[in-house]
Design a binder for this molecule. Structure first.
Ligand code: SF4
Ligand code: SF4
Ligand code: SF4
Length: 250
């Protein structure tokens, strides 16, 4: 089951410490933006008097990973869905397939890569909480083993039934996610999708792909363009190694 986050929207004071800590931890340039971008991996949005965090949900069976033709996205045993820019061929299927519309592309770069929260996978490996959870002064974002977070969420719902909607968002949505949320306002009013099936969309990956018109074309690229992918990989490696060309751009 791995590790995860529990976000309690009733406790969030809107300070933005989580978003700032994410920028710092991941060396993401520019200011925190109002929506998710390749350089803003988590942000707060005001809804119904609450501050609602947006970020990758780290699905248990991630559709982004299942549609990726080159396994650039993978679910780790620890919980994070991580991304390998050097594998990515830039097809952006992950962006189209994600039920939460999370992955974003660096449209401003000559060699763009995908940007999204990686659940601080490196920190988790070192036994540390995610930077956003560590920075939260109100325990509105807490980090832990997923089963402990589910237990904590159930306890809060049981102890204060009048103060919460009786639902843990992420427990079943899209097959379950490592990031979960509780709230006193129905989740659809917070801009979260309320009609996601409990069956992971990743199980229907081939249906998803068959709905993408140029699916066959991409496989053509895959078959005939290995040299092109390799060249892109080299370019990405150069950008990653030299230079931090992310710095100063937004
Ligand atoms: S929320 Fe989207 S990007 Fe994040 S793991 Fe799930 S499918 Fe992938
Ligand atoms: S853009 Fe394509 S290759 Fe890159 S991570 Fe997304 S699905 Fe995989
Ligand atoms: S888990 Fe890490 S990468 Fe994800 S939003 Fe929090 S600080 Fe950013």
């Amino acid at each position: 089951m791995g590790m995860g986050l529990l976000i309690d929207a009733t406790r969030c004071i809107g300070c933005g410490a989580c978003s700032s800590a994410c920028k710092e931890q991941n060396k993401l340039p520019g200011k925190v933006e109002e929506v998710l971008t390749a350089y803003t991996w988590t942000t707060l949005q005001a809804r119904e008097g609450l501050n609602v965090r947006r970020m990758c949900m780290h699905c248990e069976v991630p559709t982004c990973a299942s549609v990726c033709p080159v396994a650039a996205l993978t679910k780790t045993a620890d919980g994070p869905v991580v991304y390998d820019a050097e594998r990515c061929m830039g097809c952006r299927y992950c962006m189209m397939a994600c039920p939460f519309e999370v992955p974003k592309y660096q449209w401003d770069r000559p060699v763009p890569v995908i940007g999204k929260c990686i659940l601080c996978a490196g920190r988790i490996k070192e036994g540390k909480p995610t930077a956003c959870a560590e920075a939260c002064p109100a325990e509105a974002t807490i980090f832990g083993k997923k089963e402990d977070l589910v237990w904590e969420a159930r306890t809060r719902l049981r102890q204060k039934p009048g103060e919460y909607v009786n639902q843990i968002y992420g427990l079943t949505e899209a097959g379950g996610t490592s990031v979960m949320m509780i709230s006193n306002v129905p989740f659809d009013k917070l801009g979260l999708k309320s009609n996601l099936p409990a069956e992971p969309p990743a199980m229907r990956t081939w249906q998803v792909l068959s709905n993408i018109p140029d699916f066959i074309g991409v496989w053509g690229v895959f078959l005939y363009g290995v040299h092109w992918i390799t060249a892109r990989r080299d370019d990405v490696a150069k950008v990653e190694n030299h230079g931090n060309d992310r710095e100063g751009q937004s």
